[in-house]
Structures are given as C-alpha cells and as structure tokens.
Design a protein around this ligand. Structure first.
Ligand code: PAF
Length: 282
C-alpha cells in the first residue's frame, strides 16, 4: 500500500494500473476511519482491481469553522487501519494547497435536491462536496466510486453530478454500518461526550420503531412523532426529520406519493451533529 501526497503521483499510479488493464475503484473519505469506511473499502476491493482511498478533510464543505477545526484528523492511525484490514493499493492524502492551488470558484446547481434538509441547514455544503468530489474523480478517474447510504442526500447529489457532467463513473451505494446498540458509525462519534454517546443510540431506535407505525400515521404525523420522541430524550435535539421521496428528496404527504420513501434525521447529541436515516418503502 502506497501513501501518496500529490496529484501527479496519484495520476501516475492510476495510469500505471490502467496500462496494466486494471479497473479502478475510489473510496473518498475525510479520514478518522471506522468499520463503516472499511465496508466501503472491502466492497471496492471485491469489485475493482486497483483501489484508491482518499483521506482529505475538505474545507470547502464546512460552513461552520469550529466544525472544520474539531473534525478528527488521524492519518497515521487510518493508514495502519487500512494496512491491517484491507488490500488497498493507494491512500491519497493531499494537503489543502494540493487540492486547491487556487480557490475553487465553481458553483454547482442541483435544484430542489439541494434545497432541502442538509442543503437548507448547511448552506454551501453540497457545493463544497461537489467541488472536492469532482476533483477527486478527475485525479483518480475511477470506474466505480463508493459512498455510504448514511449520507443519503450526499449520495443523491453525487449521482446527479455524475449524470450532469457525463462522467460515466458508476456510483455504488453501501449500507449503513451500526454499532451493536444501533448508533450509525460516524467519524463524529469520537467527539461525543459519554453522556451524549449514551443517549445517541436512541436515534436509531426511534427510527426503527417508526417503521412499525406507518399504518397509524401519515408521513407528516410520523415525522412529528419521531421528532417528539427524540426531543424528549435528555441530551438529544433534532434539527429536522423529513420523510421524503428517496429519489427526488422532496417531502411526501401520503405513503402512496412515492415508491421509495426514506426518513432523514439530523440530531444534535450535545454539541455533535449526527445524521441517520431509515427506509419506509422501497
Ligand atoms: O462523506 C464524506 O466523507 C465527504 O463528504 C466526502 C464524500 C469524502 C467529500 O469530502
């Protein structure tokens, strides 16, 4: 496994692999790797001949400077974790200057997809995600790229970007990986206080319980029920819970409004912002 720091070294490694007839898989991450990331990496290794994992905390997708400052950065540990648990070929861990030699002034427009949920509460977030992911796609030129379903809206945005730009990259969605108590794995979990960590599994429990209640409630009523349950728990506060069409991400008013229906939540567990989601219909 090679640790590569520059775009030109990455391009060279990928071009050598291509010349040897290998297919390329990319797993974009911001590091602080956990078993959720590992599931993406393992999937990539099982489907692609040559696998690149990028580790880059992308400043342009943070709209809160404190969030960017405190985001965990654990490159040595991440490198050991991948070496011990996978057959990744390249870790690409560039500096900010390497990725952004000039400020990125590109503006992406994703229409209604980016106007709801994370797009509404984190203005500019998805523009920053699109900036960095489009660059990573250009640097690595993968056949396939792997993203977790936990970031449900991000996945929809990236799919749209790939279609809009005609990149011809296959986007592979990977299931959410959870702790034994149900908490969705996230790099941010390491920032939770013991009290917030103890409260956080309740989020997944409420989401799971809500799937049993679709006969009793409309989507709007069920969203209120979920928010009420979570907000009644000490140490947890929802920012939003929305039940949406899983393809358009627009809220549904009736269960029959869409074939694919997903509930997406953002919760503050203490000061840490966690996201999760559950599928009602697919
Ligand atoms: O999901 C993430 O970790 C990030 O948003 C990504 C896709 C690596 C872009 O920085």
């Amino acid at each position: 496994m090679n640790l590569v720091r520059t775009v030109s070294d990455l391009r060279q490694a990928v071009s050598d692999a291509r010349q040897a007839g290998k297919s390329i898989g990319l797993v974009p991450t911001m590091g602080a790797l956990h078993n959720g990331h590992l599931s993406l990496v393992q999937r990539a290794c099982s489907e692609c001949d040559f696998v690149v994992v990028s580790i880059f905390v992308n400043p342009t997708q943070f709209n809160n400077p404190d969030d960017l400052r405190t985001y965990p950065r654990t490159l040595d540990k991440d490198t050991r974790f991948l070496a011990d648990n996978s057959r990744v070929d390249v870790i690409f861990a560039p500096t900010v200057e390497e990725v952004y030699p000039e400020p990125d002034t590109r503006t992406f427009s994703f229409g209604p997809l980016a106007e709801v949920m994370e797009g509404k509460y984190r203005p500019g977030h998805f523009n920053g995600v699109a900036q960095v992911v489009s660059k990573l796609f250009d640097f690595a030129r993968p056949d396939k790229a792997y993203f977790g379903l936990k970031d449900f809206q991000q996945l929809a945005i990236i799919r749209r970007m790939v279609a809009d730009l005609g990149l011809g990259i296959s986007i592979v969605p990977c299931p959410i990986v959870r702790e034994a108590d149900g908490l969705a794995l996230s790099s941010r979990n390491t920032l939770l206080t013991p009290e917030a960590r103890a409260a956080a599994p309740f989020i997944a429990k409420v989401l799971a319980r809500s799937t049993q209640l679709t006969d009793q409630y409309t989507p709007v009523q069920l969203a209120q029920w979920v928010q009420g349950q979570i907000d009644a728990t000490q140490g947890l506060e929802t920012e939003y819970y929305q039940i949406v069409d899983g393809n358009t991400l627009q809220p549904v008013e009736a269960w029959t409004d869409a074939d694919y229906v997903v509930g997406c939540v953002t919760v503050y567990a203490g000061k840490v912002r966690l996201i999760d989601n559950v599928t009602y219909k697919e």
